[in-house]
Design a protein around this ligand. Structure first.
Ligand SMILES: *[C@@H]1O[C@H](CO)[C@@H](O)[C@H](O)[C@H]1NC(C)=O
Ligand SMILES: *[C@@H]1O[C@H](CO)[C@@H](O)[C@H](O)[C@H]1NC(C)=O
Length: 403
């Protein structure tokens, strides 16, 4: 049930200030031009990475890709000579200003934009002026040439489907939480100044980007929840608990902490269709129930019955009451884990992920695009790319119930 169907199509802004004006005439001429692509020799595809190196750690990435059953070697590198480059790849978050990205004008080399962020937080993908510099886009926007996968269907298969097990609810789900609570209580009571009786936190939250209020009201929502239930917030937003060893967001430490609470707030930084980060997937791996704040279409990326959706509640208070009820009812809480041993749900989930993301890894999607383009032989790439996304307004999820 979706209470507020206020859908907002964000209108594109066409003049991003961080983009250099184009010097070349090629960009304006892409439309209906027959390109002369570099042929593929010995099934080797060279992809030149055009921006900062943190994304590929400055090292060349080799990947074996299968396209239509044939094997290709893909080499992603920042060092391919222009004449040996099949395609150029630009990483959207690096397009910060004119100094970060080298715009190399090569009329016969397709340019691909990769955007793993949401449409609203993109530096290029949301601007017509910028996105039209590219032949193909791999992003989190439904309708682009490739979807950027946060859950690789292959890893879902090996984690959950290839060996379906019955979950030992007491041992695997409840015990880590009970153990943590015992430690937490001892620590609390060892503090001579405590006055209130110990109360366990039932949920955790990790978010450090608190400034994103333009597109979401997640921090306000959590603050309201905190009036009703105890939440441990480790990130900068609504921070009330420190990490023991260090304050850095080490993913292993995050995993361990996730598993200690019954719920985790998987609240996205924007509610865009197709943008669904790894947070909720980490919950599935760590036996914690994700409470999801995301575009409702993205719920299909999760196994049926594995999550709680904020959009099903009239207010933060109502959600808090539901979480409290589950906290005290192990039979109901346990139902959120039945998907793990249900082959029908698992298969349905996996099939949907494959249809949504495709089976290829992100880099092999590049190989697919190039090979299919050459095979089609037309070689005409349109420059006019309609912007594709639907994002919801920041106030889509009601914090207080409307009387
Ligand atoms: C990948 O490409 C780079 C740059 O052209 C080259 O130096 C390197 O040897 C290549 N790696 C392989 C394994 O072919
Ligand atoms: C003990 O409790 C006080 C008051 O709640 C708090 O300020 C202090 O940080 C606590 N000390 C420890 C070691 O947890």
């Amino acid at each position: 049930m979706f209470l507020f169907l206020v859908i907002c199509f964000f209108l594109p802004q066409n003049k991003p200030s961080h983009l250099a004006p184009l010097k070349s005439k090629y960009f304006a001429d892409i439309d209906n031009k027959k390109l002369n692509p570099l042929p593929i020799v010995d099934n080797k595809i060279n992809v030149r990475f055009m921006s900062m190196c943190w994304f590929i750690n400055c090292v060349d990435v080799q990947e074996v890709c299968f396209v239509d059953g044939e094997k290709y070697d893909l080499n992603l590198s920042r060092h391919h000579p222009i004449v040996d480059t099949h395609m150029q790849v630009y990483h959207d978050p690096d397009i910060v200003d004119t100094n970060y990205v080298t715009w190399v004008d090569t009329p016969n080399t397709p340019r691909v934009l990769i955007n793993p962020e949401s449409f609203l937080n993109s530096r290029c993908a949301q601007y017509e002026e910028c996105v039209n510099r590219f032949h193909w886009v791999i992003s989190t926007s439904v309708g682009d040439e490739g979807m950027w996968p946060y859950f690789l269907p292959g890893s879902i298969h090996s984690s959950f489907l290839s060996d379906i097990k019955k979950v030992d609810f007491q041992q695997e789900v409840l015990n880590p939480k009970l153990m943590f609570r015992r430690e937490d209580q001892l620590e609390y009571e060892s503090n001579a100044t405590f006055t209130e009786p110990y109360k366990p936190a039932i949920a955790s939250w990790f978010t450090s980007n608190c400034q994103s209020t333009k597109y979401v009201q997640r921090e306000q929502y959590v603050m309201e929840l905190m009036k009703h239930i105890k939440i441990d917030s480790y990130g900068a937003c609504a921070h009330n608990r420190d990490l023991k060893n260090n304050n850095r967001f080490d993913p292993d430490q995050k995993s361990r902490i996730l598993s200690k609470y019954k719920f985790y707030f998987s609240f996205e930084n924007s509610y865009c269709r197709g943008y669904h980060s790894e947070k909720s997937f980490q919950c599935l791996q760590n036996n914690v129930v994700p409470v999801m704040m995301t575009h409702p279409d993205n719920l299909k990326l999760m196994p049926r019955g594995s999550y709680i959706f904020v959009g099903d509640f009239k207010s933060a208070k109502e959600l808090a009451e539901y979480l409290t009820k589950l906290e005290n009812d192990d039979v109901e809480y346990q139902k959120y884990f039945t998907w793990k041993s249900d082959p029908v749900i698992l298969k349905e989930w996996y099939d949907y992920l494959v249809s949504f993301y495709g089976n290829a890894s992100p880099y092999c999607k590049l190989a697919e695009l190039y090979i299919n383009w050459i095979k089609q032989g037309g070689w005409t790439l349109s420059k006019s790319r309609p912007l594709k996304n639907v994002c919801l307004r920041a106030d889509y999820f009601p914090i207080l119930s409307k009387q």
